[in-house]
Design a protein. Structure first.
Ligand code: ADP
Ligand code: MG
Length: 255
């Protein structure tokens, strides 16, 4: 790890209707590190990830990725909403892997991976297809390039989804409960790919209930509840010896 800050969120607030879902949330993520975000259902984890790549706007606070403001530009001392074209660029900085794999059902594994680089980034086809094949090999699916999502297991689909995120050459990847829709016997193969990525130095924010993964791989664990960060620290603290009672109760309930 370089010590360079990749993600900085400061004082982020977000309401839906009259309900404040994120209440003054701050988080720092160092380049090349793994941050595991844990917390009860409804605590705002998904909303926070969506704010990080501007699938949601924020009501207050700022988010910076690799030193640049997300979703807003500073003009004459004021923050103004970015143009749609710039937001699209911002969004490409962070890959996203969802609980439900969200692959295009009528495209093969290879086509799913190549889609973004070809049609969003408009990169040369030969290069994109070569890289897509390399990515399939990296997630252990070199022989399934021509398979359609329905012909793949959930674990294989999720590995294609990870390859698809990587194909856009993101600065970081956001994982939103990537294994919680999988049959238990398929969880390991997806976690193995994620561990490999982490070892290769990818910056990752992972919302997960897999506390074993968090214990082995996280540089920091962030426990969120009711839209605030309750406790942040290394896994040995947050999972092993929590300071806050709420963390302790949550960790005990998951194990
Ligand atoms: P988590 O991922 O931790 O389970 P979420 O971020 O999905 O939590 O949700 C936090 C709260 O925000 C929940 O109460 C949820 O119902 C609410 N919420 C999330 N998205 C929306 C939305 N688009 N409109 C209204 N309420 C929402
Ligand atoms: Mg969620």
């Amino acid at each position: 790890m370089s010590g360079t800050v990749m993600v900085e969120a400061r004082g982020v607030r977000k309401s839906f209707g009259g309900t404040e879902v994120l209440k003054d949330l701050s988080l720092t993520v160092v380049e090349g590190s793994v941050t595991c975000l844990i917390g009860p259902s409804g605590s705002g984890k998904t909303t926070f990830l969506r704010c990080l790549n501007r699938l949601e706007t924020v009501d207050a606070g700022i988010i910076m990725i690799d030193g640049a403001l997300v979703g807003v530009d500073q003009r004459g001392g004021r923050l103004v909403e970015q143009r749609e074209r710039d937001i699209a660029k911002t969004r490409q900085q962070s890959g996203m892997v969802f609980q439900r794999f969200n692959l295009f059902p009528h495209r093969t594994a290879l086509e799913n991976i190549a889609e973004g680089p070809l049609f969003v980034q408009k990169r040369p086809k030969a290069e994109v297809l070569r890289e897509a094949r390399e990515l399939l090999a990296r997630v252990g699916l070199a022989d399934r390039a021509d398979a359609y999502p329905q012909e793949l297991s959930g674990g294989q689909q999720q590995r294609v989804a990870i390859a698809r995120a990587l194909a856009m050459k993101p600065k970081l990847i956001l994982f939103d409960e990537p294994t919680s829709a999988l049959d238990p016997e398929l969880v390991g193969e997806v976690l193995a790919v994620m561990k490999q990525l982490a070892r290769e130095g990818m910056t990752m924010i992972v919302v997960t209930h897999e506390l074993g993964f968090a214990r082995d791989m996280a540089d920091q664990v962030v426990f969120m509840a009711d839209g605030v960060v309750v406790e942040t620290g290394p896994p040995a603290q947050v999972l092993g010896n929590p300071i806050e009672t709420r963390t302790r109760e949550f960790v005990a309930s998951v194990i």
